[in-house]
Design a protein around this ligand. Structure first.
Ligand code: SF4
Length: 367
C-alpha cells in the first residue's frame, strides 16, 4: 500500500542512506565492460541484455556485440540475421528485435543520439520504464527511477513493503519510493548501487545482511522479515508441450533448416523441422513424417532417435524427442526453407534447444 510505503519512508534518514549506498558502490562495484563509459547506446545494449540474464553470461555477448556494432549507426545498418546470430543463446529474442528497430528510429529521427527525455525515450520500441530509467540516470545523470525485480526486492526489504511484486501495478509504488529517495547529485550511482546491492548482497534467498552497507536503514533486517520479503506470487503453471524434431540430411550432406514465423515465440530464428505431437494418437514417428511431407514436401526416413531435450520458457516447457533422418527426394528451397552444409549453418541463428540437437547428433549424446 502506498500509504504504508510513504509512512515508512518518513522514518528513513534519506541523506545518510544515499551516502552509505553510494560510498559502498564507489568501492565495491564490479568491473563490468558497460561501466567503462556513460555512452547511452552501450548502457541501452547492456540493460537490454541483462533483462532475465545473468551478468556472467552477458559479458562476452556484450563485448562481441559492441565490437561488431560499436555505434547506433552501425547497428541500425546491420542485417537482422547477423544481429540475431550475435544474440544466439541469450534467449528472449524479441528484446534484440525491438532494440534493432528502436536503434533504427534513433538513427533516423534523432540523428543517432539517444533522446534524453522520458517521453521520447519511452516511445521507442521495447524501451519500458526500467530501461528508460536506467539510460536516463546512468548515461544522462537524470534522477529517474530504474525499477526491476532486484531493486523491488531491495526496497521492499528496506521500507518493509508487502505488496506483491509479481503484479505489474506494484512497480509504481516502488518508482514513487525511489523518486523520494534518489540522490539528485548522483542518480547514476544511486540506481547502479541499488542494482548492485540486489545482485551481490541483498540476494533473493540468503541476503548477506552482515555485509550490507545500508543495514542500519533496513526495516526487514530490524524486524527479522528478510526471508519473507519481497512478497511474490508464483507464476501460473507452465504448459507442457511435446514435440518431435528431426535433423534431416540429403544425399549431398546438406541439412534442412526452417525459419520460424516473424511473430511469436522465437520469431525469425532457424530450427530443424519439428512438430507438436498429439500424445493421444499413436505413432509419433508417423506424425512427424506426415507433417514434414505436408509442410515441406519431403519424403524422409527416420533412422534413429538420438535423445530428448527439455527446454523451459517462462510460460511453457518443451519436451522434444530428437531424431536423425534422411531426405529421399528433392526438396524445393524457399526463403524460409534452406538446405545448407555444416559450415553454412553457422551463419544462421538457432534457439538453444536446436543448437543442442546438432551437438547431440555430432557427439551422439542426449541431454
Ligand atoms: Fe538486504 Fe539485508 Fe541489506 Fe536489508 S540488511 S537491504 S535485507 S542485505
Amino acid at each position: 500500500m502506498e500509504k504504508v510505503m510513504l509512512r515508512n519512508l518518513e522514518q528513513l534518514d534519506i541523506e545518510q542512506f544515499q551516502r552509505n549506498l553510494i560510498t559502498w558502490f564507489e568501492v565495491e562495484q564490479r568491473d563490468l565492460p558497460w561501466r567503462k563509459d556513460k555512452n547511452p547506446y552501450k548502457v541501452w545494449v547492456s540493460e537490454t541484455m541483462l533483462q532475465q540474464t545473468r551478468v556472467d553470461t552477458v559479458i562476452p555477448y556484450f563485448n562481441r556485440f559492441i565490437d561488431q556494432y560499436p555505434t547506433i549507426r552501425d547497428l541500425s545498418e546491420a542485417d537482422e540475421e547477423k544481429v540475431l546470430k550475435l544474440w544466439e543463446g541469450l534467449g528472449y529474442y524479441s528484446r534484440v528485435r525491438n532494440l534493432h528497430a528502436a536503434v533504427k528510429e534513433v538513427n533516423e529521427k534523432y540523428g543517432g543520439k539517444v533522446p534524453n527525455s522520458l517521453d521520447e525515450i519511452s516511445s521507442l520500441k521495447g524501451v519500458g520504464p526500467y530501461t528508460a530509467g536506467a539510460i536516463l540516470s546512468i548515461a544522462y545523470g537524470l534522477p529517474e527511477p530504474a525499477v526491476d525485480g532486484n531493486v523491488m526486492r531491495v526496497i521492499s526489504r528496506i521500507l518493509s513493503i508487502w505488496d506483491d511484486i509479481a503484479k505489474p501495478a506494484t512497480r509504481k509504488i516502488f518508482e514513487k519510493a525511489i523518486r523520494e529517495m534518489i540522490s539528485q547529485e548522483n542518480p547514476s550511482f544511486f540506481n547502479q548501487a541499488l542494482m548492485e546491492l540486489g545482485a551481490i548482497v541483498c540476494t533473493p534467498t540468503s541476503p548477506s545482511c552482515l555485509l550490507c552497507p545500508v543495514r542500519e536503514h533496513c526495516m526487514a533486517f530490524h524486524e527479522g522479515t528478510t526471508q519473507d520479503l519481497p512478497v511474490k506470487t508464483k507464476n501460473k503453471k507452465q504448459k507442457n508441450v511435446h514435440l518431435a524434431a528431426v535433423v534431416l540430411v540429403n544425399q549431398e550432406g546438406q541439412y534442412l533448416i526452417h525459419k520460424r514465423a516473424e511473430n511469436g515465440l522465437l520469431a525469425n530464428l532457424w530450427e530443424f523441422p519439428n512438430t507438436e505431437i498429439n500424445l493421444k494418437q499413436v505413432g509419433e514417428k508417423n506424425q512427424l513424417c506426415r507433417y514434414i511431407k505436408n509442410e515441406y514436401g519431403a519424403d524422409i526416413e527416420l533412422t534413429e532417435m538420438v535423445g530428448q531435450i527439455e527446454h523451459v520458457f517462462s510460460h511453457l516447457k518443451w519436451f522434444i524427442h530428437v531424431y536423425k533422418g534422411i531426405i529421399q527426394n528433392q526438396v524445393l528451397e524457399k526463403p524460409d526453407l534452406r538446405l545448407v552444409n555444416r559450415t553454412e549453418m553457422e551463419q544462421f541463428a538457432f534457439p538453444v534447444s536446436h543448437q543442442k540437437m546438432i551437438k547431440m547428433i555430432e557427439q551422439g549424446t542426449s541431454s
